[in-house]
Ligand binder design. Structure first.
Ligand SMILES: Cc1cc2nc3c(=O)[nH]c(=O)nc-3n(C[C@H](O)[C@H](O)[C@H](O)COP(=O)(O)OP(=O)(O)OC[C@H]3O[C@@H](n4cnc5c(N)ncnc54)[C@H](O)[C@@H]3O)c2cc1C
Length: 309
């Protein structure tokens, strides 16, 4: 737990990323989780993912942009990505962060940028997923999502089982009708807003999974996506879906590139929809550190490589 907190604290120190980038051996481990630095590399990996019968999602890495120019450029990159996905006939959708599209600059700028991407998504018949960042952004993210979803039903959002507020947020989303990704939550949070114990985060995950599937079974307008590499969470979702009579195409399992890929084929063989999120970009540091924080074995591998130099 202490190690996780320390790594998450380091994930906010970007200067370390610039130093690590100069170490070639680090790049090997980064490449396990990140497709490359260009959109072309990411689309190539998505084509491979699709060839294995899996759906794709793509993130152009970046967060906490502080200028209007940077935020507008990020939105343009997503518009271009959607064009490229459509032109290549890939089964993939973008998954973006609001602070990459300007939420730290102003809510209006961010809303306009997301609307541009959502508009393009509608034009090429693709969902656009809005990731959930640290709890400082939860309310603003859900507000922006609710405001835009009326106009763009192709927008999808994320909630985190680690946060104490999430049961209420899910009810709010169910009222509006939503496409929802449930994840555990990747950020360092104070105990007042998030469960400090992993076992509580896991228990909340199973409860919220059941709630989303119940709503689906009742005919509510919701499409749940369970984003987890935890086979116990996946098994719970599958068992609940079966028991509640939710068809296998009524929900999906989502996973990140490079994490437990051996599960993909097994889930597909059982008729489930599986989506793999493929990140790319120069700004890989925060994302990479969050992946290290989730699994100390990844850190050991990195340290061994650095020591060998
Ligand atoms: C598609 C997708 C989208 C996501 N979007 C968001 C988001 O918008 N906001 C957000 O806060 N979080 C997001 N996350 C991250 C999520 O919140 C968790 O931090 C992450 O998925 C780890 O939790 P877990 O459910 O896999 O379970 P854990 O209990 O952490 O892990 C279960 C098992 O999976 C394996 N595993 C997990 N992580 C790793 C790793 N890094 N390297 C190697 N093995 C690993 C291990 O075998 C581990 O025992 C997303 C995750 C996925 C899969």
């Amino acid at each position: 737990m202490l190690l996780r907190s320390a790594l998450l604290a380091l994930s906010e120190r970007r200067a370390i990323g610039a130093a690590l980038d100069r170490v070639r051996l680090t790049r090997r481990l980064v490449r396990r989780f990140v497709a490359g630095t260009t959109a072309d590399e990411a689309l190539g990996v998505i084509a491979q993912v699709n060839a294995r019968g899996l759906k794709g999602a793509v993130t152009y890495l970046g967060e906490n942009v502080t200028t209007e120019t940077g935020a507008t450029a990020a939105a343009q990159a997503y518009v271009d990505l959607l064009d490229a996905i459509h032109a290549r006939g890939l089964d993939a959708v973008p998954s973006l962060k609001l602070t990459h599209l300007g939420l730290d600059v102003s809510a209006e700028l961010c809303r306009a940028n997301v609307a541009r991407v959502a508009e393009k998504g509608q034009a090429v018949d693709r969902l656009v997923w809005i990731d959930m960042e640290g709890s400082d952004y939860t309310e603003r993210t859900l507000n922006l999502y609710s405001a835009l979803r009326r106009r763009y039903p192709n927008l999808a959002c994320v909630v985190q089982s680690a946060l104490r507020r999430t049961p209420r947020d899910i009810e709010r989303l169910l009222e509006a009708g939503a496409t929802v990704r449930l994840c555990k939550g990747a950020y360092r949070e104070p105990p007042a807003v998030a469960y400090p114990d992993k076992s509580d985060v896991d228990r909340a995950y199973t409860r919220l999974t059941t709630r989303l599937l119940q709503a689906k079974a009742e005919g509510r307008s919701v499409y749940p996506a369970f984003a987890t590499h935890d086979d116990r969470m996946q098994a719970h979702a599958r068992e609940r879906a079966r028991a509640l009579g939710v068809a296998p195409d009524g929900f999906e399992i989502q996973m990140l590139l490079g994490i437990r890929p051996e599960l993909h084929a097994r889930l597909r063989a059982d008729g489930l929809t599986v989506r793999v999120l493929v990140p790319y970009g120069e700004d890989w540091y925060g994302y990479f550190m969050r992946r290290l924080a989730e699994r100390p074995a990844n850190l050991a591998f990195l340290l061994r490589n650095l020591a060998r130099r």
